[in-house]
Design a protein around this ligand. Structure first.
Ligand SMILES: Cc1cc2nc3c(=O)[nH]c(=O)nc-3n(C[C@H](O)[C@H](O)[C@H](O)COP(=O)(O)OP(=O)(O)OC[C@H]3O[C@@H](n4cnc5c(N)ncnc54)[C@H](O)[C@@H]3O)c2cc1C
Length: 453
């Protein structure tokens, strides 16, 4: 049976993995558990260990894996493993008809001519279909009367365009009222488009296939950075580059300044917005942990009016937030730092521009005698949601943050991390990384607090 487990590892496609994650987080009760079993197996966790972690017997785990192997999982895009050919939807056939008009190499597949194998490789890698046998593809193409023609030069020919994302309708409202009314009417079929730096890549991989895009870039008055009423107010459409260059951020919010500099690269930062970074709900994004450390508040406007959401209850799961489908993030509010405050963001990335292997955000306030009055610690990419290391924070408050206190807080932060093993490292490595990065961030934040911010 160990073989079955390892076969999943080789066979899970990007779309299938995303579907399993979705089921694990929000599927019906039974599917949630089954999806978790399959994902653990795909992460090469052995069957006895899966049973131990989930409190299941070995036969239950084995039978769940076997059933998935034979017939897939209800709620996932169709994945027949029984040897019968998959049914291919007319939308996919339409896609194939356009794809085969381009050269394989134009779409990232080696070769100058299409073959069934190359086409199947493209369709699975691009996430157009979750899994597909060459035989199913041959039968579907024959039934639809599709054949490979001579390759044409380039993807775009006169009158023929190969779309990588799914088809969608584009809306460009000019007021917030118009935008929220549209979102309320279109419901789950619509997505807000801001900088497009996360949404567009997901659409290109077909991990997101919204039927409608509501572009909010034309909404006036949503891009600003100013201190007002005891808080730093950042408009939802503020670009990372503008936040990074903001004078008040540079002078008074070093944690935020560090974070902006650590996000992606200048090209991405020119487009990406603070609202999009938080609304995307990606635990690998950098702002969420920083906002947790800063105790920020998200202001959202929907068709029912305005709502203030404390950052602590904003992230509800991987890629999920407390936002309703018709709500737009219009502002992020960060409490103004008290005297004696300092902050720092320390990120470990494999190369410049990458998401964090792990990162730690610290905001600290020192009172009389250098005693810690307030501490905020947020962790990036070491859990299914950004993590607030509350025990580590509590361990600092009321003490002078000397070496012993820093070490203790760093250890508690590492214990709060719940990373998963992946290409960036093992669970043990990532936890230890959190310990080291927390120590560094604390020391930097304390030094800044002692210098006055
Ligand atoms: C090459 C590359 C590297 C990257 N590296 C990093 C990195 O190191 N750190 C990091 O944090 N991020 C990184 N990112 C991700 C990206 O920077 C953020 O996710 C980005 O800030 C998203 O903002 P956006 O405006 O582009 O959002 P979009 O892509 O337009 O939208 C993202 C999601 O948020 C929703 N949304 C957007 N704006 C709003 C709003 N105002 N109200 C409600 N919902 C909204 C959209 O519907 C969508 O679901 C990287 C991206 C790329 C392409």
């Amino acid at each position: 049976m160990a073989d079955v487990a390892s076969r999943f590892v080789r066979a899970l496609t990007v779309t299938e993995r995303a579907g399993l994650v979705r089921l694990r987080e929000s599927g019906p009760r039974g599917s949630r558990l089954r999806a978790e079993v399959i994902l653990l197996s795909a992460a090469r966790v052995a069957i006895p260990e899966i049973g131990r972690r989930l409190g299941l017997s070995r036969p239950t785990v084995t039978s769940c894996l076997g059933r998935f192997e034979r017939s897939g999982l209800a709620g996932l895009p169709d994945r027949r493993r029984s040897g019968r050919p998959n049914r291919i939807s007319s939308e996919v056939l339409h896609h194939i008809a356009m794809v085969v008009k381009a050269r394989p190499r134009d779409l990232g597949i080696q070769g100058t001519r299409w073959s069934l194998t190359r086409l199947r490789q493209y369709l699975v890698e691009a996430g157009v279909v979750p899994a597909l046998s060459v035989e199913s593809l041959r039968i579907a193409m024959k039934r639809a009367g599709l054949a490979f023609t001579s390759p044409r030069i380039g993807q775009i020919q006169k009158g023929v365009t190969t779309m990588i994302p799914g088809a969608f309708e584009y809306h460009a409202p000019s007021t917030i009222g118009e935008a929220t009314a549209l979102l309320a009417r279109l419901g789950d079929d619509a997505k807000v488009l801001s900088g497009g730096q996360s949404l567009i890549p997901m659409m290109k991989l077909r991990l997101a296939t919204p039927k409608h895009l509501v572009d909010i870039n034309g909404l006036p008055g949503l891009a600003y950075v100013r201190e007002d009423g005891g808080a730093l107010r950042i408009g939802g459409l503020t670009r990372e580059a503008d936040l990074e260059e903001s004078d008040v951020v540079q002078r008074r919010y070093p944690l935020l300044a560090d974070t902006c500099r650590a996000i992606a690269d200048p090209l991405v930062r020119n487009m990406a917005t603070i609202g999009g970074n938080l609304a995307h709900g990606d635990p690998a994004n950098d702002h969420p942990a920083t906002m947790l450390a800063l105790g920020a508040e998200v202001v959202a406007v929907g068709s029912g009016g305005e709502r203030k959401i404390p950052i602590g209850s904003f992230f509800t799961g991987p890629f999920s937030t407390a936002l309703k489908p018709d709500e737009i993030v219009v502002e992020v509010r960060v409490p103004a730092p008290k005297p004696g405050s300092g902050g720092a963001y320390v990120k470990m990335e494999r190369k410049v521009g990458d998401f964090a292997t792990a990162a730690v955000a610290v905001q600290i306030t020192l009172g009389a005698g250098g005693v810690c009055e307030q501490a905020g610690i947020g962790l990036t990419n070491v859990g299914s949601v950004p993590i607030k290391a509350t025990k580590a924070e509590a361990a600092l408050v009321g003490k002078r943050p000397d070496d012993t206190a820093i070490k203790q807080a760093a250890q508690l932060a590492a214990e709060a991390a719940q990373p998963q093993e992946d290409l960036r490292g093992s669970v043990e490595y990532k936890k230890d990384l959190v310990r080291v990065l927390t120590g560094r961030a604390l020391r930097k934040a304390i030094e800044r607090a002692q210098k006055g911010g």
